[in-house]
Design a protein around this ligand. Structure first.
Ligand code: ATP
Length: 306
């Protein structure tokens, strides 16, 4: 049985005057997906989330939640964190969540549950203005989780947090995902998408340039590294093996990709049959990060996201 469609986006565009913030976006998100919207600043992530949450009106195209009705029942199933929610600095966490619950028309009884989910139950009587930045963001997530929505829409939820805060927020997201929730998460951090998401849509200047399962995007360009004593000789031999492609010598190693359908143990057998002993076989996963930069036609710049 195929999973329920949670969000279908068809030919969605948004122009701000001459700026094409979103250009003919098509995307389909199914139940249980943790879908990362990945792109550099200004690529259209917030615009996309704002449109599907009804905050911004599209120039053209459509989006449909669940079975096709973008009505209040659908909205009740979605918890969104697009802009930082405003909390009262002098009120306690508990009181602030009471205000959120009131606005969302959700029973107060859910407050202790969400405080527990985000690990803030011990701080429930603290004033909001005494919280660290990471705690404030976790409170924002608690507010989103009120009413236990099926879908979470999160725009850059770890932005501005320190490593500890980032790890805490990611843990909460992963835990919610493990409960079967659908999560749509905008991020410019590749590492985040790799660590948290099952699927990814890469946006560049408002255009969708790639999408699919994170692990498929990752495995599509696996590079292997081997070394042997007579490297130049083996390089030539390997080129005629019919098992590998893109063979190149780098330092003391040979780098190559496998031809579709072949596996690395065949390389080992092949080498042995030709009288070569491999003293190293390694898999060099082409990370999503490299893929991403390649897609953006830019030079790989890992330091930006380290
Ligand atoms: P960031 O990570 O910086 O938030 P983003 O991927 O979320 O980037 P958007 O905020 O959706 O990108 O912006 C996409 C484009 O639309 C950008 O060029 C931005 O300057 C422009 N834009 C967004 N909102 C407006 C607005 N209200 N008026 C004019 N231009 C806008």
């Amino acid at each position: 049985m195929s999973a329920e469609k949670v969000l279908t986006i068809e030919s969605l565009s948004k122009n701000y005057g001459k700026i094409h913030a979103l250009d003919n976006l098509n995307l389909s998100i199914s139940q249980g997906n943790v879908y990362g919207l990945l792109g550099p600043n200004g690529s259209g992530k917030t615009t996309t989330l704002s449109i599907v949450m009804g905050i911004v009106i599209a120039s053209s195209g459509t989006y449909n939640w669940f079975s096709g009705e973008n009505n209040n029942d659908a909205k009740k199933r979605i918890g969104a964190l697009i802009e930082t929610p405003l909390f009262y600095p002098y009120l306690s966490l508990e009181k602030n969540l009471e205000v959120s619950a009131l606005i969302k028309n959700i029973e107060k009884s859910d407050i202790s549950r969400v405080l527990k989910v985000v690990g803030l139950e011990k701080r429930k009587t603290s004033r909001f203005d005494t919280l660290s930045l990471g705690m404030k963001q976790r409170l924002a997530l608690a507010s989103v989780l009120l009413g236990d929505p099926d879908v979470l829409v999160l725009d850059e939820p770890t932005n501005g947090l320190d490593p500890e805060g980032i790890a805490e927020v990611r843990t909460i997201i992963r835990n919610e995902a493990s409960k079967g929730k659908t999560i749509i998460l905008a991020s410019h951090i590749l590492d985040e998408v790799e660590k948290v998401c099952s699927h990814v849509a890469v946006l560049k200047s408002g255009k969708l340039i790639a999408n699919g399962k994170v692990n498929e995007l990752l495995s599509s360009e696996e590079t292997f590294i081997i070394s042997t004593d007579r490297i130049t000789e083996f390089h030539e031999t390997l080129k005629s093996s019919g098992i590998s492609k893109n063979e190149s010598i780098k330092g003391f190693d040979i780098h190559f990709n496998l031809i579709t359908g072949r596996n690395i143990s065949e390389i080992n057998q092949f080498a042995f049959s030709k009288g070569f002993v491999l003293n190293k076989i390694e898999k060099n996963k082409n990370t999503l990060e490299k893929q991403f930069w390649k897609l953006l036609n830019r030079k790989y710049m890992p330091q930006i996201y380290s």
